[in-house]
Design a protein around this ligand. Structure first.
Ligand SMILES: [Zn+2]
Length: 301
């Protein structure tokens, strides 16, 4: 048997081979009483305080990391006040400000300081000419450490500035960027930093593109197949909110009796339902587009 070399984790490995990431890869993993985590050959060795060593294939933990770092988060997680999408920042091409969904975190959260700050700033980010000034308004010290799952959305940052496929100001992305050579060594030569914000933006762009294509296909005619949607945040943060959808084949201004509701949806269903409706040729509208209908339908259910 060859002697295996125990090596201390380098900076990238410290980000990848955390106890929570091992737990994501191996559901029966015990998070307690851990002394040290080493990297040995193709494995991670977890040394317990009682001296026992456990071996976990590094490959499985890497897969868990990649999955976690670019996980899908709900539609409302990065919408600003009044369901506002990414705000283009005019001083750098293809660069956007994503505001965290403070306005939809829980019922009444539109009144918390972070949400109010967003309401105040939403139209003014375009006045800030340096990316550092944008970041200092958006960041409040820390945010989105991939190892602090329980805390990630309770951080007080207002949002992030990002360039699709290239850059995000969040800590998860920045840590990968800072240790990029080590990440490349750990994964593959062309490894690019990634994060849930870049992933969310991709989803949102796709949603917008499909919606625009459908609208363009109508060539100026009013759409008959339409959906209106409305969101009621959960009573407490991290719980399920209520995502309401109504649809009709008779146009936005048709009589109330022509509308049918899809029941029992939460924020986690929004992406897939939007996608499903768009595939079937239905154009979604946020319900305040038709205030009269909104008051009837939202009051009714
Ligand atoms: Zn990010």
């Amino acid at each position: 048997m060859t002697n295996e070399i125990y090596s201390e984790l380098n900076e990238a490995q410290k980000i990848i081979y955390t106890r929570s990431m091992i737990g994501r890869a191996f559901s029966d993993f015990d998070h307690g009483q851990i002394c040290t985590i080493y990297r040995v050959g193709k494995n991670c060795i977890v040394k317990r305080k009682n001296g026992i060593e456990e071996k976990y294939p590094a490959e499985d933990i890497k897969v868990a990391y990649l999955k976690f770092i670019q996980r899908e988060v709900p539609f409302f997680s990065y919408l600003g006040p009044n369901y506002r999408g990414p705000i283009p920042w005019p001083y750098q091409s293809n660069t956007y400000i994503l505001l965290k969904g403070w306005n939809y975190a829980y019922q009444g959260s539109h009144k918390i300081p972070e949400a109010r700050m967003q309401q105040l700033w939403a139209n003014s980010f375009t006045n800030l000419k340096s990316i550092e000034s944008v970041k200092s308004v958006l960041d409040n010290l820390n945010d989105d450490d991939p190892d602090d799952e329980g805390l990630e959305d309770t951080e007080k940052a207002l949002g992030h500035i990002m360039t699709p496929y290239k850059y995000c100001s969040c800590q998860a992305f920045q840590k990968q960027l800072k240790n990029l050579d080590q990440f490349k060594e750990e994964f593959y030569e062309n490894y690019q930093p990634m994060c849930k914000h870049l992933h969310w933006y991709d989803n949102f762009k796709l949603f917008q593109r499909k919606r625009n294509e459908l609208a363009e296909d109508l060539g100026g005619r009013s759409p008959m197949n339409v959906v209106i949607w409305f969101y009621i945040p959960p009573a407490k943060q991290y719980q399920k909110g209520t995502f309401k959808l109504w649809w009709t084949r008779k146009g936005l201004y048709s009589d109330i009796c022509n509308w049918k509701q899809i029941n029992s949806l939460s924020q986690w269903d929004a992406w897939s339902y939007f996608d499903r409706m768009l595939e079937k040729g239905f154009i979604p509208y946020e319900s305040s587009t038709v205030p009269k209908l909104k008051s009837i339908l939202c009051g009714k259910s």
